[in-house]
Design a protein around this ligand. Structure first.
Ligand code: VGL
Ligand code: ZN
Length: 194
């Protein structure tokens, strides 16, 4: 089913940051491949005057999710560091809303809604549906999409604009099944953004 971005839609780009690209501190295989797909969607949303948000993992240097603190991850996306910058080839317009998350040392936050004002900003713009892409599928994309559903939004996740970490094989497939079961539409970007 083809759709085009329309009033009430917002684009949410999740954590497309240098540390999540191949070669980064927590590099996601093929993570760089989401950038051109998202750039096309950005252009379409921009052309239609629709809001665009970009979340970023923005940790303090001693974040509890880091291995030296007993967490599951190597240090990554330390606030203000080069690794925390958005992917250099991501064509984010100046009008895009930046949402920093997981900024507290003692709590992790995979969802772009957790501890942020993203819900309020979407509400203020009259958003009823969000189109989501970014990194990584089974962590921040999954959590952001499920939270958006909890807020009563229609949610489309762009299957060609996400990539998984896959700590265990099958994690991405399980996450997509969970999203679908939760009422999220998983669609190709060409169906949604042309
Ligand atoms: C993420 C692992 C740790 C993500 C963030 O953006 O999916 N994954 N922190
Ligand atoms: Zn993180």
């Amino acid at each position: 089913m083809a759709t085009t971005p329309q009033p009430g839609d917002a684009l949410i780009i999740v954590d497309v940051q240098r540390d999540f690209l191949p070669g980064g501190a927590l590099g996601v295989a093929g993570g760089d491949a989401v950038v051109p797909v998202l750039n096309h969607c950005i252009a379409e949303f921009l052309r239609r005057g629709l809001p665009i948000y970009a979340t970023r993992d923005w940790h303090p240097s001693e974040h509890c999710s880091f291995r030296e603190r007993g967490g599951p991850w190597p240090p990554h996306c330390v606030a203000g560091s080069p690794g925390a910058q958005f992917a250099p080839t991501l064509t984010l317009p100046g009008s895009a809303g930046v949402v920093s998350k997981a900024v507290e040392p003692e709590a992790d936050a995979y969802s772009g809604f957790e501890g942020t004002d993203l819900a309020a900003r979407l509400h203020r713009h009259g958003c009823r549906r969000v189109v989501i892409g970014g990194l990584a599928t089974e962590y921040c994309v999954r959590a952001t999409a499920l939270d958006a559903r909890k807020l009563g939004l229609d949610v489309i996740v762009l299957e060609d604009a996400i990539r998984p970490v896959e700590v265990r094989r099958g994690d991405a497939e399980r996450a997509l099944a969970e999203l679908r079961a939760g009422g999220v539409r998983v669609a190709n970007s060409r169906e949604v953004c042309g």
